[in-house]
Design a protein around this ligand. Structure first.
Ligand SMILES: NC(=O)c1ccc[n+]([C@@H]2O[C@H](COP(=O)([O-])OP(=O)(O)OC[C@H]3O[C@@H](n4cnc5c(N)ncnc54)[C@H](OP(=O)(O)O)[C@@H]3O)[C@@H](O)[C@H]2O)c1
Length: 301
């Protein structure tokens, strides 16, 4: 009896990994993938090989590989192997799901997501820097999902010093694709950061006084990093937005009013003199998650 196999991964390059977990169960299945399975060896062997070997019966592809050198090849290989393959299934939604990979494959620059947690009056921490926890468990679980999505995570030097965040994926435990951990700092060394953030991948430095944002992103992109998640604090957030390198913001807004003129604002940096300096957002979406609200949008350039 044929059954369905949903490979729910951000990019189908990880499909081989999931398929191997399914073992014999995969044989005779219908496979749904958001992106055309790769047909070349990159960080993993070709997904098309894994699919053929697993005995998949039919493949439904969300969108074709945006890389013109590969577009359609994966589908062709599967069809030649006798696997019924269709493409363009829920294409728009799949494009959105794969927006990071699509940006990187066409520009070699990672997609940048800025995520901040804030109270309804726009505060991210008390004057003394206490920020745990502003949002509830569901929003914090969402952060785990974003970390699974990201190839690299970045925080500002002050956040590293005050919060000592793990910057790891903790859910599920033993996640095999831990992101790179980067701290924006001009005053700390990799050794001092290693002491501050001991468990996880060796922390790296973005020295914003020595390297521009654009050079930094080009460097990450050349190292095959497709997505960068910036998790604050407010000085780093403002710097990234002002540099125009943020592709999407995701603000988690808790139904709390903190008040206090010295509580930390969601965005630091220079104070604008005119409202016309405000950054406009487009493609805005708002949804409720647990007791919090998730605002997502793209800065207008
Ligand atoms: N609610 C949230 O979502 C959230 C998230 C993160 C943090 N927080 C809270 O926010 C507070 C820290 O935020 P913060 O705004 O004070 O500091 P921050 O943004 O975390 O870090 C500021 C530091 O980043 C470096 N930096 C300065 N200018 C920069 C630039 N133009 N580009 C890149 N890096 C630059 C500097 O490090 P060096 O001095 O080392 O050169 C500076 O001291 C903490 O209390 C933390 O708990 C809240």
């Amino acid at each position: 009896m044929p059954h369905f196999l949903l490979v729910k991964v951000r990019e189908s390059r990880r499909a081989g990994y999931r398929l191997s977990q399914a073992g014999n169960e995969a044989s005779g299945s219908d496979l749904y993938v958001t992106l055309e399975p790769c047909s070349t060896t990159g960080r993993t062997p070709p997904c098309t090989d894994a699919i053929i070997k697993a005995g998949i019966r039919r493949v439904f592809v969300g969108c074709l590989d945006p890389n013109p050198a590969h577009a359609g090849r994966g589908v062709e290989i599967l069809r030649s192997a006798g696997i019924e393959t269709s493409s363009g299934i829920e294409e728009e939604q799949c494009r959105r799901l794969n927006e990071a990979f699509f940006k990187w494959i066409t520009t070699r620059i990672p997609f940048v997501l800025l995520k901040m947690a804030m109270t309804l009056d726009g505060k991210t921490a008390t004057e003394g820097g206490v920020s745990k926890w502003i949002t509830g468990p569901a929003a914090r679980m969402r952060v785990q999902k974003l970390r699974r999505w990201a190839d690299a995570i970045m925080v500002g030097g002050e956040t590293a010093r005050v919060d000592r965040p793990s910057l790891n994926v903790r859910f599920p435990a033993n996640w095999p694709f831990q992101p790179r951990r980067i701290v924006a700092t001009s005053s700390m060394t990799e050794e001092s950061l290693q002491e501050l953030l001991p468990s996880g991948r060796t922390p790296e430095i973005f020295n914003y006084k020595k390297e521009s944002w654009s050079d930094f992103l080009l460097r990450l992109g050349s190292e095959n990093m497709t997505s960068l998640l910036i998790e604050g604090g407010s000085e780093l957030a403002a710097s990234a937005l002002n540099a125009g390198i943020v592709d999407r913001i995701e603000f988690h807004v808790a139904p709390l009013l903190l008040g206090g003129k010295d509580s930390r604002p969601v965005l630091g940096g220079q104070s604008p003199v005119s409202l016309s300096e405000a950054l406009k957002l487009k493609d805005l979406s708002i949804r409720k998650l647990g007791c919090d609200f998730i605002f997502s949008g793209r800065p207008e350039r």
